[in-house]
Each structure stands twice: as structure tokens, then as C-alpha cells.
Design a protein around this ligand. Structure first.
Ligand SMILES: Nc1ncnc2c1ncn2[C@@H]1O[C@H](COP(=O)(O)OP(=O)(O)O)[C@@H](O)[C@H]1O
Ligand SMILES: [Mg+2]
Length: 448
């Protein structure tokens, strides 16, 4: 026996058992906080060599197919610093002592390796070896192996310590696998939930789109069929009223006549609005400067002093393609809505600006808008404003909050229909008690 060889355990029996028990206890406590399999193997190898006084410790993990052991941690003379294995050893089940233990699932002590036919010689000479399997369920998940340079270094005490360590390690491996499974399950659930809510959102958007399209189609079909006949009737009524004008100038009949004429004109506007909403108006677009037409329209409305038009300089001389008569009708609708919502005398402000719309821009648009250059005409009031739930309905035909006789609920639906037919759309911002801004987006004829 050479002097430099490590000596086997020589602690007095009672004392040694108490110390080992204490070590195993703290080992069990430490295991609780180990977060992953890799840390677990290194922790076990370090403690078998360190606190438990074994000369070395090598841990192998079994593959899923139960055919090969792969070295996952090694402490001792062969790997004194631990924590990394450059070229992990692979041992087939059944080969060598560790391979035998993996195959038979039985712990083993070899007193003298020189006498054992299974011993595969290593660079470091060893005389005795202890090897215990790591078992989960009835599968071998790995082995813990330790060698000693002296023959007969391992006995029942070492076997007990190492099988206890192996049992604790196996239990921790089971726990980690369970934690991994439930974390994966959790992530799958989160992903499935996200998928479901995405599908629900998409379906809701599709349903809303379909609902809008159906409404448009129904109103459109009805309007298309009746508009012609209705207009014919109105022409007859208006013609006759005009004819009567020459004969009825006595009060109160002249007033009845005027009322009838107003009603006939209202009927004409109604049918025009419905055609506009269902995008079936015959538009006669002209290429013209938007700010010029708006200036004209406002000048003609002269009597309403509380309206100001302040076009942005950059919009001067920028052309749009628009039906000027319909634009006038739409602007009148917006102005009349604004003045309905505003206390008398408070200003209604119309402005214009150039906008480059991108897909990523977040605007509160009533309908989708293609990216590109637009002239945006805003009609802003500082009136009653609207709540979010009302804003969802204002473009619906016949939606009105006004008393019977004063609102048709067609102003905004017609506005949106016209704007869409003109290649643009409408945006609304409104705050209850602060006011509303309606923005009309007209595709501008090229500016960069
Ligand atoms: N500028 C505004 N301020 C507050 N509410 C508005 C404004 N414009 C429209 N609304 C609301 O939208 C509704 C629908 O408008 P519209 O389609 O023009 O129909 P109508 O004016 O005939 O009611 C109005 O009844 C009103 O409740
Ligand atoms: Mg209106």
C-alpha cells in the first residue's frame, strides 16, 4: 500500500453514523431548492465526494431508449473542478460495471476490480468500486458510481449511504420532471387560450363585417328598387304644388302649400341619403381644389356666422376628385349635426390638413382606409359630445337621438357612404361634454 493513497473511512462508528445522518438530512433539505436536472447531478456528485467523503463520484444518465448511459457529472481526481465534462463518456447498458448495474437494476460493490471480468481499465487505477442505480417507476434513469484506489474500500455503510442518496436523487428527478410537465402543460394552456381568444376576436370582427355588409345590401336593394318610383311620385307632387303656387297665395293656404313643398323636398333628400348610404348615388366627381370648394360652400351659407373655415396652408391648391354637390350636402349634414349639439353662438370650426396614411397609423376610422396621401377636412364642435357606446351606432341608417320629426338618422350614414364611394372614409373623435370632431378623408391627387 503506497503512502499517497487516500485512506478509507476511519471515523468511530457511532460518531460517523451521526455525522452521516446529519449530512443526509441537510442534503435532503438542499435538494428542495435545486431548480433543474443539471444542477441536481452536479450537486449530488459534489456532495458524495465532499461532505460524504467518497474519493470520487461519477453520475450517468440513461437515455429514453434504455440502451446507453451518458456521463452527466464527475467529481474527484478525474475531474477535480467539476461543473463541466468536455467529452462525456457513453456506456452501453450491460457493458462494464456501470452498464451491468443499469441492466440488472441492482446496486453492486466490487471489492477487487483486478479480479472482476467486467472491469474496464481506466487511466486512473482503481481497486474497488460501488455503483447504485437511479430508479424512477420501474425504469433506470441513471447510475451513481464511485471508485477507490484500495481494495475492499466499500462496505454495507457506504452502500446504505449511496442508496439513500440515489433514492433522494431519483425522487427529486421525478419532481423536476413533473414540474417540467406541468409548466409545459401550463404554457400549452396559455397558448391554447390565446388562440381561442384570437379566433373569437376574429370571428366577432367577421360577424360585424358581415352584419354591416348585409345591412348595406338590404338597404341598397330596397332603395335601388324604390328610388326610381319614389322620385317619380315626388316629381308629380312637386310639379302639382308648383302649379298650385300660382293660384294659392291667400293665407293660411299659402302656408299649407309651403309645408307641402318642404315635405316633398325632404322626401327627395331622404331618398338621396339612402342611395348615398348604400353607395348607389350617381356621383359626378370633378378634379378640384378641396379648400376652394369648401370656401365657396361656406360663403353660400353666409347666414351662419358661427362657422369658421381655417384651411392649413399646405392644403391650398391640392386637388381631390369629388362630386361638389354631394360634398355640399355632406358638409351641411355635419354642420347641422354640430349646431344641433352646440349651444347657440358657440363656434364650429372647419379645418383642413394633409395626411399620409399608413397601415400602422392608429386612427379612429369608421371603415378601412388604403395607405396613401389624403386631405382631411375636420368639422369640430365644442358641444355635447358622444359616449363610446353611441359612437358605435351613429353611422347606422335611421339611428337618431333627435325627437321624431327633427332627425332622420340618415345624415351620417349618407356621409360615410359618400366618403367611401369617393375612395375615403370618416373618422370621429368625441368626448362627452367637450365636443366632437368629424374628419372626412379625401384621397388627394398626388402630393409627396
Ligand atoms: N356633432 C355631433 N355631436 C353630438 N352628437 C352627434 C353629432 N353628430 C351626430 N351626432 C349623433 O349622431 C346621431 C346620428 O346623426 P345623423 O346620422 O346625422 O342623424 P340625425 O342628425 O338625423 O339624428 C345624432 O342623432 C346624434 O345623436
Ligand atoms: Mg344629422
Amino acid at each position: 500500500m503506497s503512502e499517497s493513497l487516500p485512506q478509507p473511512w476511519v471515523m468511530p462508528v457511532g460518531q460517523k453514523e451521526t455525522a452521516t445522518l446529519r449530512t443526509l438530512n441537510s442534503f435532503a433539505v438542499d435538494l428542495i431548492s435545486i431548480p433543474n436536472v443539471e444542477d441536481l447531478f452536479w450537486y449530488v456528485a459534489q456532495n458524495v465526494v465532499g461532505r460524504l467523503g467518497f474519493v470520487d463520484c461519477v453520475i450517468y444518465r440513461a437515455d429514453d431508449a434504455q440502451t446507453t448511459l451518458v456521463q452527466v457529472a464527475a467529481m474527484g481526481e478525474k475531474n477535480p473542478f467539476g461543473r463541466s465534462i468536455v467529452n462525456p463518456l457513453k456506456i452501453p447498458f450491460g457493458e462494464g460495471i456501470t452498464g451491468q448495474v443499469a441492466k440488472t437494476v441492482e446496486a453492486i460493490i466490487i471489492d477487487d476490480l483486478l479480479m472482476d471480468q467486467n472491469y474496464i481499465e481506466d487511466t486512473q487505477a482503481a481497486r474497488s468500486e460501488i455503483c447504485v442505480p437511479l430508479i424512477s417507476g420501474n425504469r433506470v434513469v441513471g447510475v451513481i458510481d464511485s471508485e477507490h484506489p484500495q481494495a475492499g474500500a466499500f462496505g454495507a455503510a457506504e452502500m446504505e449511504v449511496l442508496t439513500t442518496i440515489a433514492a433522494m436523487t431519483s425522487a427529486k428527478l421525478d419532481l423536476l420532471a413533473e414540474a417540467e410537465r406541468s409548466s409545459q402543460r401550463y404554457h400549452e394552456l396559455v397558448a391554447a387560450h390565446a388562440q381561442i381568444s384570437l379566433e373569437a376576436t376574429n370571428r366577432k370582427a367577421l360577424e360585424a363585417e358581415l352584419f354591416g355588409a348585409r345591412k348595406l345590401e338590404v338597404v341598397g336593394r330596397l332603395t335601388g328598387r324604390f328610388a326610381h318610383e319614389f322620385n317619380n311620385l315626388l316629381t308629380v307632387i312637386s310639379g302639382n304644388l308648383e302649379f298650385l303656387e300660382d293660384f294659392v297665395d291667400e293665407p293660411p293656404f299659402d302656408e299649407n302649400l309651403r309645408d307641402a313643398q318642404i315635405a316633398a323636398r325632404r322626401g327627395a333628400t331622404l331618398i338621396q341619403s339612402m342611395l348615398a348610404y348604400s353607395k348607389r348615388t350617381k356621383l359626378t366627381p370633378k378634379k378640384m381644389c378641396l379648400t376652394e370648394i369648401v370656401t365657396d360652400i361656406i360663403a353660400r351659407m353666409g347666414r351662419m356666422e358661427n362657422i369658421s373655415f381655417v384651411p392649413h396652408a399646405s392644403t391650398a391648391a391640392v386637388d381631390v376628385s369629388v362630386d361638389p354637390e354631394m360634398l355640399e350636402a355632406v358638409l351641411l349634414q355635419l354642420i347641422s349635426n354640430a349646431s344641433d349639439a352646440t349651444p347657440p353662438g358657440r363656434e364650429i370650426c372647419i379645418t383642413s390638413q394633409r395626411i399620409k396614411h399608413k397601415h400602422s397609423d392608429k386612427r379612429q376610422l369608421a371603415t378601412a382606409l388604403l395607405p396613401g396621401p389624403y386631405i382631411c377636412l375636420s368639422v369640430q364642435d365644442r358641444g355635447a359630445g358622444m359616449a363610446a357606446k353611441d359612437l358605435q351606432q351613429i353611422f347606422d341608417p335611421f339611428y337618431t337621438t333627435k325627437p321624431v320629426g327633427s332627425g332622420t338618422g340618415l345624415g351620417l350614414s349618407m356621409t360615410l357612404g359618400f366618403m367611401q364611394q369617393s375612395g375615403g372614409t370618416v373618422a370621429v373623435h368625441s368626448v362627452v361634454g367637450e365636443g366632437s370632431t368629424f374628419q372626412l378623408y379625401f384621397p388627394s391627387i398626388a402630393f409627396e
